[in-house]
Structures are given as C-alpha cells and as structure tokens.
Ligand binder design. Structure first.
Ligand SMILES: O=C(O)CCC(=O)C(=O)O
Length: 273
C-alpha cells in the first residue's frame, strides 16, 4: 500500500514516481530481456533504425505470453499491487507489456500523446507503470508529462511513434495539441513535469495524461519496461485506429462491459477482502 500522500498526488497530477519500485534482480532481468528482444523482436515492433546501435528507437510489445521475464514480471513483481493502490481499484487486470529502448544519440523524441486513444478500452482506472532499467535524466529522454492533463475532457487521436502512420491512421478524432510549440513561451498554458530516474524507479501514470520524452542526447542506451493495467472501471471499447494486438475476434470481452477475460486480460491482483 502506498502512502495517502502518494495516492493523492497521483489523483491530482495523473502521474507519480515511485523510487526503487522494483529491485536490482528485476532490473538485471529486464536488461537481459531487452537484449533478447533486440535479437528476436517479435511481431509488434516499432524500429526507426533496424540493426543500428545509435539513433534508434526500438519498441516491442505484447510479449507476456511467451517471454519468461515479462510473464514473471507481470505476475510476481509488486507493480500490479501498486497500480491498484494508486487508482483505488480493488482488482488489476493486465493489458500488455511494452519494452522501449532508445539507443544513444536518438534524435527523435517520443511524441506528445495520450495513451487511451491507442487502446480498446475506456475507464479512469487504467494506468501504466514505466519501469526504468537504466538511469535517465529528462535531458536524456526520461518521461515528461503535462501535469493534470488526465482531467482534461479530451480524447486525442493516437499517432505512431516513428511518424510512419499505420493502424493509428484509422482513428478519426481530435489531434493532440502542439505542446512542443508552446512549452517555452511565457504564456504556455501547460505545466510540464519531468522525472529523472534511477534503475528500478517506476513512473506510474494515467492512461489519460498527455506525455512524451525528448531525444536521447546521451551516450547511454535507455531501457524501460512499461506495463499497462486495467482497473475495476475499465470497459472494452474497440474502435478504428486502436492497437491491433488484441482485437474483437481474440477476446470474449463485450463492448461497453468490464473485460472479464482471464485468458487475454488476466486478473493479476485482487485486494484481500
Ligand atoms: O519510453 C518512452 O519514450 C515513451 C513511453 C510511453 O509513452 C509510455 O510508456 O506510454
């Protein structure tokens, strides 16, 4: 159980950092898994510079059913319980894993975006846990957030991380405001907060918060494992332009209803009664 202060900060800001959320063993295993994933990436990847050791954003997702580390991490790390505590949810179902590697001198930022439009779900208790496996400063591509934007009445169109389009193009809706264009202006309406991280720190954030990450200007690889979690109020909401890793044909979840599909979205945490 996290402190009342931490939970209040999450409710207010839409994001909190939990220092040392996972221990060094998990960190070592995530780093090992990242190398394995670069060598054998799986079907759901973004790769801006295949094979390169610099200037490359590589992501792979939805590996939990066959990658042993990811499976162990989902079911045995403390992350699910923390996600429940922060959202005030009694249960936490798992949605998917997303490993993100930014090689040294990666010029492309992670674009400002809101996660919820990418996903076939709606609900306020949907949360991500981005666990750093390497130290990273905001100036070296750690995450930034528009504080409080999870409370905006907004549902923005997703966009691809590599700028190449793809399944996100099918979404018809409001585009993300150009946060970068105004962030340094005196009249910028947004309060932007970034988090420097050490290995094992976790940044938990609402699926509704606007976030991104600058380029990696450093000499070090940046590695993080983001896991996505569904709380009690999540409902299945497939729509054009949403992530095709799990589609309507793959699940027993019913549109507009809680996704009680133990195979696709396993219940990993249940608050003791
Ligand atoms: O690691 C990054 O650069 C972006 C991560 C992100 O947007 C996420 O986990 O939702």
């Amino acid at each position: 159980m996290l402190s009342a202060e931490t939970r209040a900060a999450f409710e207010r800001d839409g994001v909190v950092k939990i220092p040392g959320a996972v221990d060094g063993d998990w960190v070592a295993r995530i780093l090992e898994d990242a190398q394995a994933a670069l060598d054998d990436p799986g079907p759901w990847i973004t790769d801006t510079n295949p094979g390169a050791s610099t200037d490359r954003l590589f992501t792979t997702r939805y590996r939990w059913q066959h990658a042993p580390l990811i499976r162990d991490f989902v079911f045995s790390s403390p992350i699910a319980g923390m996600a429940a505590s922060l959202t005030g949810s009694t249960g936490m179902r798992f949605y998917f894993d997303h490993l993100l590697v930014k090689e040294p001198f990666t010029s492309a930022p992670t674009p400002w975006h809101q996660d919820i439009g990418y996903w076939p779900f709606l609900g306020r208790q949907i949360i991500s846990a981005w666990v750093a496996a390497t130290a990273s400063r905001v100036s070296h591509s750690s995450l930034e957030f528009v504080k409080g934007s999870h409370r905006w009445d907004a549902y923005y169109a997703p966009e691809s991380f590599d700028g190449e389009g793809g399944w996100t193009d099918d979404f018809k809706g409001e585009p993300m405001p150009d946060i970068e264009a105004v962030r340094h202006r005196g009249d910028c309406p947004y309060e932007i907060v970034g988090f420097d991280v050490e290995p094992g720190d976790a940044i938990f954030f609402s699926a509704w918060i606007v976030h991104g990450a600058p380029a990696n200007v450093g000499r070090d690889r940046r590695v993080a494992l983001s896991t996505r979690w569904l709380g009690d109020d999540a409902v299945w909401h497939p729509h054009p332009g949403c992530d095709p890793t799990v589609t309507e044909g793959d699940t027993t979840a019913v549109p507009g209803e809680y996704p009680a599909d133990d195979e696709r979205f396993p219940l990993v945490y249940q608050q003791p009664s």
